[in-house]
Design a protein around this ligand. Structure first.
Ligand code: C5P
Length: 224
């Protein structure tokens, strides 16, 4: 039987990573943070001095990526890069390499390999449209750009990383525009996705909303 997948897509800082992680934990399922994979490729390129627009070279880094998610940390070439990975510069660089079709193709199988029993909760931009089109539940989590900038600001400050609210608002809008306008896997809700605006919702309410949908859909699946 196919492994059940929940796809949670949406723009940066919409809360999708937090919600997806908690839903995965509550269900006892695996969790894929696909943004982290794009961030790792970007970081690998930056560390090796590979130009972010050199599509074949960045795609090659993607196919050979030596990365691991272990003990709550992220490792690249044996080095703990957990903090560097969350920097805004890394996110912006990730959005640039993610616009290159060869890079997306190089990362497809690596992401699909996370789909193991008993189930997977995957978050990103194209989980429901490209990577796991057969997902039994697709959610598009969004929030206003202003509240996403505020959330990202809080996250960065809590991690002791540099942050400026005006720059963040600007970067978020620029990143949304790049992610939404690219030719491959642009950021937009799938026709069969449930859209959830979290601007005025707490994390707990968003998690409960997803869990309620999971319960309803799974009852439907079992009956069929
Ligand atoms: O979600 P996060 O901010 O970590 O993602 C970093 C960048 O990686 C995004 O701005 C987006 O361009 C890219 N990305 C993507 N497809 C995914 C996940 C992330 O294009 N599935």
């Amino acid at each position: 039987m196919a492994v059940p997948v929940i796809a949670i897509d949406g723009p940066t800082a919409s809360g999708k990573g937090t919600v997806a992680g908690i839903v995965a934990e509550k269900l006892g399922w695996h969790y894929l943070d696909s943004g982290a994979i794009y961030r790792l490729v970007a970081l690998s390129a930056l560390k090796r001095g590979v130009v972010l627009t050199d599509e074949p070279a960045v795609a090659a880094l993607g196919s050979q990526l030596d990365a691991a998610f272990r003990g709550g940390k992220v490792w690249l070439d044996g080095e703990d890069v957990s903090t560097e990975l969350r920097r805004e510069e890394t996110g912006n660089a990730a959005s640039k390499v993610a616009a290159l079709p060869a890079v997306r193709a190089a990362l497809l199988a690596r992401q699909q390999a996370f789909g193991e029993a008993p189930g997977l909760v995957a978050d990103g931009r194209d989980m429901g449209s490209v990577v796991f089109p057969e997902a039994f539940l697709k959610i598009f989590l969004t929030a206003s750009a202003e509240s996403r900038a505020q959330r990202r600001y809080k996250q960065l400050i809590e991690k002791g990383l540099p942050a400026n609210i005006d720059n963040l608002r600007h970067d978020i809008q620029e990143r949304d525009a790049r992610d939404a306008s690219r030719a491959v896997a642009p950021l937009k809700p799938c026709a069969d996705a449930v859209v959830l605006d979290t601007t005025l919702l707490s994390i707990d309410s968003a998690v409960q909303f997803v869990l309620d949908l999971v319960a309803k859909r799974r009852v439907g699946t079992l009956k069929n």
